[in-house]
Design a protein around this ligand. Structure first.
Ligand SMILES: [Zn+2]
Length: 81
């Protein structure tokens, strides 16, 4: 019976450290998630490092593709004749 308790204790210790490790990695992922930026054209969140960055009137805009960039430029040129 004591042996069974010992085994249960070992499993608990193993589980405890495993969960802790998992939490640490998800915290690191959380930092990466903060590096997402909004595509102003298709309203999708994209990774900042993969986005196309354009500065318009002193404001930074990010786009997932060149297509989104040109569509957005067309939109603002229509709204500001
Ligand atoms: Zn887009």
């Amino acid at each position: 019976m004591k042996f069974l308790i010992f085994i249960a204790f070992l499993i608990f210790i193993y589980w405890y450290f495993f969960i802790r490790k998992k939490r640490l990695t998800s915290d690191k992922l959380g930092e990466l998630v903060e590096e997402l930026v909004l595509d102003e054209n298709c309203r999708r969140y994209i990774k900042k490092e993969e986005a196309i960055k354009v500065e318009i009137d002193g404001k930074n805009y990010y786009f997932c593709s060149k297509k989104c960039l040109s569509e957005f430029l067309q939109k603002i040129s229509k709204s500001q004749p």
